[in-house]
Design a protein around this ligand. Structure first.
Ligand code: ADP
Ligand code: MG
Ligand code: MG
Length: 346
């Protein structure tokens, strides 16, 4: 799809009257988008809707279809993707949103770039990672997270955005061992100028397995945007752990496992998570083999700082990104992280 991507990009780039840099598409085109799209195959089905591979002007794209009872998530994702300056190589590329009425039933569509490799979760199930693949993947994930979290000030700035559902299933694989962050149905934006959040955030949302201790026990200060970012950093620690777990050292890597696979069952309750994460203060296992690997032992330290029970001890995304760059340079001194994002082969 590399050639396809570039034609799509040229098409988007050639437009002038746009709906904000989140999309790049003129509103008029967005409103008629659904009519030009043919759905090809369902690639994901969840509690809140379906994701389809579809074809638009001969290109593969993805369509997320929300059930009408979940209009709030569709509106939220549409608003977030329309945020000025959000567009970034490590944030899922947005094309537009549309509403389809069929036999008195309304379908809500969110149209994005299509990534045939699926999610990071799918990738880690499929294969283990070499240290260089791990370095590239984790760097590109943090690169996207830093962009999301950071407020860019100015009249045409970008608010800070907390994701609130960071997990390996919400990160999509791009080619070349880089990835992008997706699924903004719970995200919250914040601007320093007005010191206000765009939504009164309800406390216990997201995926229970990845919920920070202060979210589980509701001690989090919901009026502080910084608290929401630090809860994202806890989940980021768990995602980095999933990647490390699958990274080969001395010729071996464990089978893929979800974080806390050894401590809670599938679909854990709040009570299950509270016991493990808040009361017993357990965290995912750090295998002994990591200590003899220069990158994995360095990452173990990062993980512990990300998932610390005291949110204020956790590292901000930019700090983690910088540490990843250092660790990566130690295993691959001739390549810089920015060159990784633009090289074609591995
Ligand atoms: P939900 O809000 O229901 O969790 P997501 O946006 O996370 O929906 O999408 C659900 C799943 O569909 C993802 O975990 C991923 O496997 C797949 N998916 C979503 N968007 C894309 C895309 N653009 N390209 C490829 N797969 C996708
Ligand atoms: Mg999701
Ligand atoms: Mg979601």
């Amino acid at each position: 799809t590399a050639a396809g991507d570039s034609t799509l990009r040229e098409y988007l780039g050639g437009q002038s009257l746009t709906s904000g840099s989140g999309s790049g598409l003129p509103l008029l085109i967005q409103r008629t988008l659904a009519k030009q799209i043919s759905l090809a195959e369902c690639i994901g089905r969840g509690r809140y809707g379906e994701v389809w591979r579809a074809v638009w002007h001969g290109e593969n794209i993805a369509v997320k279809i929300f059930f009408s009872r979940d209009e709030a998530s569709w509106t939220r994702e549409t608003d977030i993707y329309s945020t000025y300056l959000l567009r970034h190589e490590n944030i899922l590329g947005y094309i537009g949103s549309d509403m389809m009425s069929q036999n008195s039933c309304t379908q809500l569509w969110l149209i994005t770039h299509y990534h045939p490799l699926g999610s990071l979760y799918d990738q880690l199930n499929r294969s283990s990672l070499t240290p260089l693949q791990m370095a590239k993947l984790s760097y590109s994930f943090l690169n996207g997270l830093v962009h999301l979290h950071t407020e860019i000030s100015g009249t045409q700035g970008k608010p800070g955005i907390a994701h609130r559902d960071i997990k390996s299933k919400n990160i999509l694989m791009k080619a070349n061992w880089s990835c992008c962050i997706a699924d903004f149905g719970l995200a919250v934006t914040h601007s320093r100028m007005t010191d206000s959040m765009d939504l009164p955030p309800n406390p216990r949302v997201g995926t229970k397995r990845y919920m920070a201790p202060e979210v589980i026990d509701e001690s989090i200060n919901m009026s502080s945007f910084e608290s929401l970012r630090l809860a994202d950093m806890y989940a980021t620690g768990l995602v980095l752990w999933e990647m490390c777990w699958r990274t080969i050292s001395n010729g071996i890597a464990e089978e893929y496992k979800l974080p806390y696979h050894d401590l809670v069952a599938n679909d854990p309750s709040f009570e299950d998570m509270r016991k493990v994460v808040c009361i017993d203060q357990q965290r995912p296992i750090i295998p002994n083999r990591w200590s003899s690997d220069p990158m994995l032992s360095g990452l173990a330290k990062v993980l512990r700082e990300c998932w610390h029970k005291n949110p204020h001890v956790r590292l901000p995304a930019l700090r983690v990104k910088k540490t990843l760059v250092k660790l990566a340079l130690s295993i691959s001194p001739n390549q810089t992280p920015s060159s990784w994002l633009h090289t074609v082969s591995d």
